[in-house]
Ligand binder design. Structure first.
Ligand SMILES: *[C@@H]1O[C@H](CO)[C@@H](O)[C@H](O)[C@H]1NC(C)=O
Ligand SMILES: *[C@@H]1O[C@H](CO)[C@@H](O)[C@H](O)[C@H]1NC(C)=O
Ligand SMILES: *[C@@H]1O[C@H](CO)[C@@H](O)[C@H](O)[C@H]1NC(C)=O
Ligand SMILES: *[C@@H]1O[C@H](CO)[C@@H](O)[C@H](O)[C@H]1NC(C)=O
Ligand SMILES: *[C@@H]1O[C@H](CO)[C@@H](O)[C@H](O)[C@H]1NC(C)=O
Ligand SMILES: *[C@@H]1O[C@H](CO)[C@@H](O)[C@H](O)[C@H]1NC(C)=O
Ligand SMILES: *[C@@H]1O[C@H](CO)[C@@H](O)[C@H](O)[C@H]1NC(C)=O
Ligand SMILES: *[C@@H]1O[C@H](CO)[C@@H](O)[C@H](O)[C@H]1NC(C)=O
Ligand SMILES: *[C@@H]1O[C@H](CO)[C@@H](O)[C@H](O)[C@H]1NC(C)=O
Ligand SMILES: *[C@@H]1O[C@H](CO)[C@@H](O)[C@H](O)[C@H]1NC(C)=O
Ligand SMILES: *[C@@H]1O[C@H](CO)[C@@H](O)[C@H](O)[C@H]1NC(C)=O
Ligand SMILES: *[C@@H]1O[C@H](CO)[C@@H](O)[C@H](O)[C@H]1NC(C)=O
Length: 775
């Protein structure tokens, strides 16, 4: 029994153990016949790992790897965790096929093949990177006839091209072709204008142009032949205008021009050398001083233009700039069969030219293969060419002065008589102190032997220091400044001389009267005296010094003194006005203190002159007159006009008061006489107060000749008026004169009469001070 139990229990344990082992094989194992056996995951399903994979079974597990030529994120993975994608070998390794081969990516692999124009070294067309195949260039030119007639084949890496032999070209204008799509043709036949006025010939090195006489291609054998006139240079021995001092230079330039335009070989001509010769010739001529002969200037300018025209194309450098003592040259040269386009600027210190290159190049159908533009400015030609303005329309009172350097603008286009688009020439002003009208002009050789003319030129912009001109033709240019300073007509000068001299004499008498005759001394006569003194000195300096412009310092001193004394005269006129106002209107008998009057009469002008001189010393003295610059003329006219305005007021008030007085004082006078007396007094008062100076304000504006006459007339006669009004019209002074005259006749009575009239004068002063005869 015990044994059976034992057996039973053992059997139970055994069976339990058996069940245990059968059901608990680890993952990846199957229990087969109670043994755990590895499962081959790869075997069951070829696609187990996914597309393009290799599956590896391991004990109890597996791992996947991508097939060769595929990749995934990791090398080893388990089923379906990653997918494999094709590796693009061509992309990942650019050099995989070696040089000059192309790579094609295919599924899981790649192939190589040689590019066009290359051949495989082994003859195998499709190869692999490891096959040691190199792609070698195939020489297409080995094959004859590949390029056709009169052309040469040129092999390149991977390709070839054809160029025409010398003397041949493609009609399409291409420089090369690949293959035979076009035939090379004789250059001379493609375009029969290629040589212009010359014949197209062949030699082994290609074609060349043989120019006819009178035509040239400036030493460029293949250049188009264009006309070359030597003009004035044709026969320099027979010029009507002689340039003896530069005859050798002229001869050399002339010979060069003739050589070029003739059919001779002109290879030895050197443009740079010829330019040097030209500039040294100009230098010599200009350093000899001004030439005051317009025919000579015309010939000179023609010569310069001529030389620039034929020397320009011989210059090799694209941009040349040369300075000499008297010239400044900038020269642009553009070569090549394409016509240049666009705006170019040439400049010198005093001028600038903006030109469209198309205009400089000229007619495209006869384009010679080069374009030149030159700007030549002369340092002192304006002195020579300064007087020739017969080609200008001008007013009688107008005159001109050149206010820029003279420049010559020359281009290779021979037809510059009328440009399609004007050139802009900027010329700097020599004198930029005055804002006067400027005119753009050119030298017209055809007019009266040579003259400035404004035909075809206009001002685009004019500022204080420069003017921009626009001209529709080319030659030599300058800017003219219109001068309106009136060349005083003879009559005007005569009036002014006679008037001023008369004025001086009268002022002299006034001064004598007011300073010598003690009996009439009063603050009023002090004002008269100083007015007369200021006017006297101013007039004297004016007569003696206004045109003494030779000495700059002296001239400035004269101008300063004139400024001072004329201002002083105005200040004293103002004091006259104030005094008159007080006397006639306010009926004061009090007078100014002498020191105040002196301060007003001389201090104010001195202050104005000092300030003016401090601000700008150049204000004093101009080229024509020893007077203020027109810019600063307001330091004279400013104070003067203020005083005139004040005096106009005093004048009107006085006239009004006088009119009242005339009607009340002399009721017995008939009205005609009243009007007469009143008018004379008013006009005289006008003069004394300096009101006619108002005309002077218009003097420097353009054409005010009538004003000038009035101004000169009244201005000159101010002294006379002062004398007449203050001396002759004054009863008291007249009496003194009579006394003096009688004393001169009877000198013995002198002591008595002197006593006599001084007491009489004192007695009558209070009544006379308000009387109209005093005015
Ligand atoms: C495997 O490739 C086949 C055909 O190329 C495609 O239809 C299938 O979807 C791919 N399987 C996976 C898992 O990408
Ligand atoms: C690709 O092709 C070449 C030649 O055809 C072969 O030698 C190579 O083993 C291939 N590689 C793959 C990944 O199939
Ligand atoms: C991938 O698995 C194999 C076999 O286990 C092993 O030899 C190999 O090193 C593994 N590679 C990587 C990158 O883990
Ligand atoms: C491949 O061709 C290029 C031009 O396409 C060339 O410059 C290069 O030298 C060539 N290389 C070889 C090794 O032939
Ligand atoms: C390629 O060339 C290398 C050395 O030049 C050589 O070792 C190799 O065997 C060659 N391979 C083949 C496929 O010719
Ligand atoms: C151009 O080709 C023609 C026709 O073959 C030939 O007669 C002529 O000599 C060639 N010209 C030159 C310059 O080679
Ligand atoms: C120059 O050539 C043009 C056209 O090419 C022609 O009209 C002109 O007559 C020729 N002039 C001379 C002088 O041969
Ligand atoms: C000569 O003239 C030809 C034709 O106009 C032009 O293409 C070439 O550039 C010129 N050569 C020189 C050196 O100016
Ligand atoms: C000089 O020119 C004039 C006319 O311009 C001509 O009559 C004369 O024959 C010329 N003299 C010489 C030597 O060429
Ligand atoms: C230029 O001027 C300098 C100094 O005034 C002088 O020495 C020189 O000879 C001049 N040159 C010419 C070419 O006139
Ligand atoms: C000249 O100036 C005018 C006005 O400024 C302008 O319209 C024109 O284009 C300029 N011409 C050239 C060639 O510069
Ligand atoms: C004119 O003057 C102004 C200032 O005074 C200066 O900036 C300008 O460059 C000058 N222009 C010329 C053309 O000289």
């Amino acid at each position: 029994m015990r044994a059976t139990w034992t057996v039973l229990i053992l059997a139970l344990i055994l069976s339990l153990l058996t069940v245990q082992t059968q059901t608990f094989c680890p993952e990846g194992f199957n229990s087969v016949d109670q043994n755990c056996v590895d499962i081959n995951e790869c075997e069951d399903d070829p696609e187990f790992c996914g597309n393009y994979t290799n599956c590896f079974n391991t004990d109890g597990s597996h791992y996947c790897q991508c097939k060769e030529g595929f990749k995934s994120g990791v090398v080893n993975f388990t089923a379906a965790a990653f997918t494999c994608t094709d590796i693009n070998e061509c992309f990942e390794n650019k050099d995989i096929c070696g040089p000059n081969a192309s790579c094609q990516n295919i599924n899981s692999n790649y192939t190589c093949s040689c590019k066009n124009g290359f051949a495989s070294s082994t003859g195998v067309e499709i190869f692999h990177g490891r096959d040691n195949v190199t792609c070698r260039d195939t020489d297409e030119c080995k094959n004859e006839n590949v390029c056709g007639l009169n052309a040469s084949c040129i092999n390149t890496q991977g390709s070839y091209y054809c160029v025409c032999n010398a003397g041949y070209a493609l009609k399409s204008g291409k420089s090369s072709i690949s293959g035979q799509e076009e035939q090379c043709e004789d250059i001379c036949k493609i375009d029969d204008t290629i040589c212009g006025n010359g014949s197209c010939l062949h030699e082994t090195s290609g074609h060349y142009c043989a120019c006819s006489a009178g035509f040239t291609n400036y030493g460029n054998k293949t250049g188009r032949c264009t006309e070359l006139h030597c003009g004035v240079l044709k026969d320099v021995n027979n010029l009507t205008e002689k340039f003896d001092m530069v005859q050798d230079d002229l001869k050399q330039l002339s010979e060069s021009c003739l050589k070029l335009s003739g059919s001779e070989d002109s290879k030895d001509l050197n443009g740079e050398d010829l330019l040097t010769v030209l500039l040294s010739m100009i230098d010599q001529l200009l350093s000899a001083g001004p030439v005051k002969d317009n025919r000579k200037i015309s010939t000179f300018l023609d010569m310069v233009e001529q030389v620039l025209r034929f020397v320009g194309p011989l210059i090799k450098t694209p941009r040349t700039k040369i300075f000499t003592n008297h010239t400044e040259l900038e020269l642009l040269v553009h070569t090549g069969s394409a016509i240049p386009q666009g705006l170019k600027t040439l400049s010198s210190k005093q001028a600038k030219v903006d030109i469209k290159m198309e205009e400089a190049a000229g007619n495209p159908s006869s384009y010679p293969g080069f374009t030149t533009v030159s700007l030549l400015s002369y340092s002192n030609l304006e002195e020579s060419a300064g007087g020739f303005f017969s080609g200008m329309k001008k007013n009688e009172s107008q005159n001109f002065k050149i206010n820029s350097k003279v420049v010559t603008v020359s281009v290779s286009n021979t037809d510059t008589k009328h440009l399609n688009e004007p050139v802009n020439i900027t010329l700097h002003h020599l004198d930029h102190s005055t804002q006067t009208a400027h005119t753009c002009v050119f030298w017209d050789s055809s007019k009266d032997g040579g003259s400035w003319s404004d035909r075809g030129c206009s001002v685009v912009e004019s500022k204080l220091n420069y003017t921009v001109c626009s001209c529709n033709h080319l030659s030599s240019f300058a800017v003219l400044m219109a001068l309106y300073d009136i060349e005083s007509p003879f009559e005007l000068q005569l009036i002014s001389w006679i008037g001023l001299s008369l004025s001086l004499i009268c002022l002299f008498f006034c001064i004598l009267t007011f300073s010598m005759i003690r009996s009439i001394k009063s603050p009023r006569t002090t004002i008269h005296l100083h007015l007369c003194i200021s006017l006297f000195i101013a007039t004297l300096i004016f007569l003696a010094g206004i045109s003494q412009t030779q000495n700059k310092v002296g001239c400035a001193v004269v101008a300063g003194m004139l400024h001072f004394f004329y201002l002083a005269a105005f200040c004293w006129m103002c004091l006259e006005g104030i005094q008159l106002f007080r006397m006639v209107v306010l009926v004061f008998n009090t007078n100014f203190k002498t020191s105040y009057m002196m301060g007003g009469g001389y201090g104010v002008p001195a202050a104005i002159v000092a300030v003016t001189a401090l601000i700008n010393r150049d204000v004093y003295g101009t080229k024509k007159y020893c007077w203020l610059n027109l810019d600063s003329i307001w330091s004279f006219y400013g104070p003067a006009c203020v005083i005139i305005t004040v005096n106009v007021f005093f004048f009107l008030v006085t006239v009004w008061k006088l009119a009242q007085k005339f009607s009340s004082l002399n009721p017995d006078l008939d009205s005609l006489n009243k009007i007469k007396a009143f008018t004379i007094t008013a006009v005289a008062q006008l003069c004394v107060l300096g009101i006619m100076w108002i005309f002077g304000c218009f003097q420097f504006e353009k054409d005010t000749i009538a004003m000038s006459y009035l101004f000169t007339f009244f201005g000159s006669l101010q002294g006379v008026m002062l004398f007449v009004m203050h001396c002759l019209f004054s009863k008291q002074v007249r009496e003194e004169y009579e006394n003096i005259l009688s004393q001169l006749r009877a000198p013995r009575k002198r002591a008595y009469s002197e006593f006599n009239y001084s007491s009489k004068a004192n007695a009558s002063r209070s009544t006379q001070d308000t009387g109209e005869s005093h005015i």
